[in-house]
Design a protein around this ligand. Sequence first.
Ligand code: GLY
Ligand code: MN
Ligand code: MN
Length: 445
Amino acid sequence: MSISKAEYARRRKELMAQMEPNSIAIVPSAKEKIRSRDTHYSYRQDSDVHYLSGFDEPEVVLVLIPGRAHGEFVIFCRERDKAKEIWDGYRAGPEGACKIHGADDAFPIDDIDEILPGLIEGRERVYYALGRDIEFDTQVMGWINRIRAKVRSGATPPGEFLDLNHFLHDMRLFKSAAEIRLMAKSAEIAAQAHCRAMRYCAPGVYEYQLEAEIQHEFAMNGARFPAYNSIVGGGANGCILHYIDNNQVLRDGDLVLIDAGCEYEYYASDITRTFPVNGVFSREQKALYEVVLDAQAAAIAAVKPGNHWNEPHDAAVRVLTEGLVRHGLLQGEVEQLIAAEAYRPFYMHRTGHWLGMDVHDVGDYKVHGQWRVFEPGMVLTVEPGLYVAPDNEQVAKKWCGIGIRIEDDVVVTKDGCDVLTAGVPKTVAEIEALMATARRGAKSA
Ligand code: GLY
Ligand code: MN
Ligand code: MN
């Protein structure tokens, strides 16, 4: 299961159709990054480069030149090199760039300074994402200045820099059928990983051990890497939104919050579940959990074509505020509390984000100053939560240190949305039943 060559070609064609006449687009690959001395982080291609080509090597530059007689799609990449390939693996080389990745023309990356200025010269506009890679920005400016230096010999430098992201990221916001299939698979693997963590969980287990169970399930199913650093927070660590230390022991009577998703064929999933370490929710945990669950249901119901981006958030905020009042954590009239954002000490983040090749995916949330309206093919997360700080003196002690988030991935359909991550339980009864089965299994083993 992956994206076909025809789909990559269709994406390039669609992007080029939106570019101004007589223009050129330059899209550089991600850089390799050192982790320590001479060892690198695992390489991950830039999402835009992958989206337009599926070419996942470092040191690649994609160039799109609509209307160029000798070919509209040019790639610069590393040359083949027998000795280097013995150490570091296969390289496509310029020939492979044409044969495998659909380039009309391809050149060695070492020749880019000689060749690219000639391709830019005479084009009026350059599409390039300035400010993402300062080193590459300098290189681009160097090419432009070389053309400028030759104006007296008749060279015409481009007069305008334009943002490629505007078109490209709008295209990425709408997922094709093939992309949704990959996202569903990514979601399914992550859902199974969360189930595995629930089954393995018990008092005395370390947070990193649950992380390891999750990582195992990801990798065993073809998703070698998480889409972001997994969050496994026991007790009050669940109130730290980006907790990634994951080094504490899980205690009887606490909840554990796991926010973990994988990357499958470049597509991210992003799931959060919160469950009791010992398999049974306490009265207070259950009360707040069900408020969050109801808020999530209300938010998911608001994801449908015609509704705008903020409607799920508004729906979640209303249910959370009502719940906080019902359980005595806030006092007052719901409308006024919402208007005053009284919920913010307990709910300080947004209810979701676009999801795709990047976990916080590209795409505008507002268009011409108005919240974006949902359309089929958009994928987003729905992730309300409640976090009662351990030192909150405004509420009864029994609530303090409870942190809960429930997060699913949904795709907008013709008349609503589909939940891609439904494979992991989220009602109190379902979670307790799954964990009870696991405990029974452990006893009889
Ligand atoms: N895991 C990152 C997020 O939920 O936004
Ligand atoms: Mn998320
Ligand atoms: Mn998340």
